[in-house]
Write a protein that binds this ligand. Structure first.
Ligand code: BEZ
Length: 236
């Protein structure tokens, strides 16, 4: 019972400030989230260095890093391995591993060493019924003010979908920028959701607006141009 309570207490939630920590990484020391103020960041954990699913994920994330950076988002990895293991693994990836057309992949984003599990525990990345000595595949999206905006957890056996992580980033930024919500499977260029009309006047305006499609009083969508979305969300 005591263990269960401790786990619940240490699970950050959407809307919480990202728990603070200082750590050693493959790119030097970081002070999180202070060092990332003004930027989006994705803090993600993986179970262990020198494992195949993690290797496929790191290669894919490193391959896509510039795309995330162009959306003002930095990547930060973590596992419960030491710095020298991280360095050796990343060197092996660069020198030896070819996967799905990706080769000579250099991981230039920081990978945190967390041998004592200090950070992993703060972020609820240790889920003992899955594994008590490895972090699960957690993904935290943190906004420029240091607030956790989305959390996704995957088990050890399931490699992440990085298109989906990019889609989540763009959807969060679009919702902030345009004051809308995004429907199932939304991608830039698709219609977005607007809130219910507040008065008879606005309800009538909506009915007259050819950009707005109300399927019922509680479910209205409007067109939002792909270029307008991308120019706004990729610029900040
Ligand atoms: C992997 O990354 O391949 C892996 C790591 C831990 C458990 C299972 C798979």
């Amino acid at each position: 019972m005591e263990n269960q309570e401790q786990q619940v207490v240490s699970m950050p939630r959407i809307g919480d400030p990202a728990p603070e920590f200082k750590a050693v990484t493959t790119q030097g020391d970081i002070n999180f989230p202070a060092d990332y103020k003004g930027k989006w960041s994705i803090l993600f954990s993986h179970p262990a260095d020198f494992t195949p699913v993690c290797t496929s994920e790191f290669m894919t994330f490193a391959h896509l890093e510039k795309q995330f950076n162009a959306a003002n988002c930095e990547l930060i990895g973590l596992s419960i391995d030491g710095l020298y293991s991280h360095i050796a693994w990343l060197r092996t990836i660069k020198e030896k591993i070819e996967y799905k057309g990706m080769k000579d992949i250099e991981v230039t984003f920081p990978l945190i060493e967390d041998i004592k599990m200090d950070v992993a525990k703060k972020y609820g990345m240790i889920q003992p019924n899955e594994d008590s000595t490895k972090a699960v595949r957690a993904v935290f999206f943190i906004d420029p003010k240091g607030i956790i905006r989305t959390i996704i957890y995957y088990p050890l056996s399931l490699g992440r979908n990085f298109d989906e992580l990019y889609r989540v980033l763009l959807a969060l930024k679009t919702a902030d920028e345009f004051g809308i919500a995004t429907p199932a499977d939304w991608r830039p260029g698709d219609d977005v959701i607007i809130g219910p009309a507040g008065s008879c006047g606005t309800a009538q305006e909506r009915m007259d607006d050819s950009n707005i499609d109300c399927k019922d009083w509680f479910f209205c969508t409007k067109k939002l141009d792909k270029d307008e979305v991308l120019s706004k969300v990729l610029s900040k």
